[in-house]
Write a protein that binds this ligand. Sequence first.
Ligand code: IMP
Ligand code: MG
Length: 187
Amino acid sequence: MIQPYQNFLGKVLIDSDALQTRIRELAAEIDRDYEGQDLLLICILRGGVVFLVDLMRHLQTPHQVDFMAIASYGVGARQSSGTVRLSLDLQTDIRGRNVLLVEDIIDSGHTLSYVLEFLGTRHPKSLRVCTLLDKVERREVDIPIHYRGFAIPNEFVFGYGLDMDEYYRNLPFIGVVDLEKYVPPEP
Ligand code: IMP
Ligand code: MG
């Protein structure tokens, strides 16, 4: 049995209305910056998909989307291992394109630092980062963030794309996990 999230929800950190309001603002900013230009959104699976889809629905700028996946966390681990590898490559040639990376959360920064370096070798015209959440205190490598939804404290969060053992991504809010109450699913 997968336990209901209410069992381990410490508190709602960002509710659904606040998320949607901020995402509309981010979309307006992006529209201003890319007016008249071609745009390719790249989403890093899987945490970023919920944010990506809501952001897309508010964007007026015509754009394409593509996906890539990175393995950076050990199974069940709650810390970035620092070792990152590509597990799913893009289908799109990004050479000469305006690329905007859409991420759920930046923590240590290792994942994004790897992705930015890797994408840079494919010579996009421009390469920017849009992250919904930024755990500022945890940063270990410097990352240029062009669009940031919310700076959040150093707490483990879930919902709105972010998972606990791959569950609860569907929740419409960002919640803080009470790790003392969280029981991982049985294997
Ligand atoms: P980084 O390489 O340390 O920046 O880790 C970034 C990735 O770690 C994110 O894309 C998330 O998948 C995951 N992550 C970091 N913090 C959290 C959290 O509080 N909840 C859920 N996932 C997280
Ligand atoms: Mg992620």
